[in-house]
Design a protein around this ligand. Structure first.
Ligand code: GDP
Ligand code: MG
Length: 370
């Protein structure tokens, strides 16, 4: 519940606090300037000035989860890790992602046309790893702000010739706040000016201490440019993944998050979804954020049409009635009718929230003009 002090309310109403105190007194409430007022008192005073207090409708992104029941332990199976690459600008995030994709995807899957859908999967010794391809920090923060936690492991790329920089620290903070384990990739070791020891030294300040120095952080020296150390990095990701015991139940209706979405001229709303639990199939009735529909077509990261997608798999889908947003949650329903009802309700909720926001803004503008 919202509460304001007399002074804060006075400011919002563009009145003197003494005037508010007087009004309160006449209403039988003895108040001081720093007194907290409850919702009823605020409404009462506001109505005296002809201002209606509108309750902010918070569109809860996570409430879709309430349609999703818990899994039984015995139904859970090991799933691939979902990895986000973070680090300071120019330290080699994109090159690392490209290097992994090229050594693993195109070589292993001859003929496959890699397509940008915001995420991709590689296979290492029969085990899969999913990489989020979207600009690290932004994706991470937008998603987390919308209640989606999609990352299992963060690879922190630090250039060995540059060391720890502001966005390196930012990335560490994001990962730590989310409770996501960090693997440090010390990049650009091919450069003559590379100084990996310095990177390790600097990171100890942030509690990222290599195992050799008595800590528990994995450091992998790499050159994203030459490909050196990339295999080792992938091995380490699988190692951490095993320790984390990442599991999901493939034998149920899917739930997950939107990685990215856009409006395609020919195909309509297109969204890349990351399946986080269950299996997504063509024809599934689905609610995605404040949109809904039926999964019409699914394309994987290699541009191939697929009929289903299991846990930790990214797929691009069509069939939604509107464009969702990155970080939106999705849930598959048993029947189309329920999906439509829930979808419509959520859409109304979003429209209403937007209206309230607009109403409040115009009210503020009105006051400012007075
Ligand atoms: P991002 O901003 O973190 O995505 O960094 P980029 O991947 O775009 O890389 C920035 C620059 O560093 C580019 O010119 C890359 O070619 C270069 N670069 C990336 N990795 C390496 C590496 O391992 N060795 C060398 N020598 N250059 C690299
Ligand atoms: Mg980049």
């Amino acid at each position: 519940t919202e509460s304001l002090t007399v002074a804060e309310l006075a400011k919002k109403l563009y009145r003197e606090p003494s005037e508010i105190i007087k009004k309160l007194f006449l209403l039988g409430v003895a108040a001081t300037i720093n007194q907290q007022l409850d919702k009823d008192a605020i409404e009462l005073i506001a109505s005296e000035y002809g201002v209606e207090v509108e309750e902010k409708v918070i569109v809860d992104q996570t409430d879709l989860e309430t349609y999703f029941t818990e899994d039984r332990e015995e139904d859970l199976e090991v799933r691939p890790p979902v990895v986000t690459i973070m680090g300071h600008v120019d330290h080699g995030k994109t090159t690392t992602l490209d290097s992994i994709r090229h050594t693993k995807v195109t070589a292993g899957e001859a003929g496959g046309i890699t397509q940008h859908i915001g995420a991709y999967q590689v296979k290492v010794g029969g085990k899969k790893i999913t990489f989020l391809d979207t600009p690290g920090h932004e994706a991470f923060t937008t998603m987390r702000a919308r209640g989606a936690q999609v990352t299992d492991i963060t690879v922190l790329v630090v250039a060995a010739d540059d060391g720890v920089k502001p966005q390196t620290v930012e990335a560490i903070n994001h990962a730590k706040a989310a409770g996501v384990p960090i693997i440090v990739a010390v990049n650009k070791i091919d450069k003559p000016t590379a100084n990996p020891e310095r990177v390790m030294q600097e990171l100890t300040e942030y509690n990222l201490v290599p195992e050799d120095w008595g800590g528990d952080t994995i450091f992998v020296p790499i050159s994203a440019l030459t490909g050196e150390g990339i295999d080792n990095l992938l091995e380490m990701i699988l190692l951490v993944s095993e320790v984390e015991e990442l599991k999901a139940n493939p034998n149920r209706r899917a739930l997950g998050s939107v990685i990215e979405a856009r409006l395609d001229k020919g195909r309509g709303p297109v969204a890349t979804l990351l399946v986080q639990n269950g299996t997504l199939r063509i024809g599934d009735p689905i609610v995605v954020g404040h949109t809904y529909g039926r999964v019409r077509a699914m394309v994987n990261d290699l541009g191939r049409r697929v009929k289903e997608a299991g846990p930790s798999t990214p797929v691009e889908i069509t069939g939604l009635n509107d464009v969702p947003e990155a970080g939106d949650r999705f849930v598959v329903f048993e029947d189309e009718k329920t999906a439509r009802q829930v979808g419509e309700a959520r859409k109304q909720q979003a429209v209403q929230a937007h209206r309230n926001e607009t109403a409040r803004v115009s009210l503020d503008t009105l006051f400012e003009q007075m």
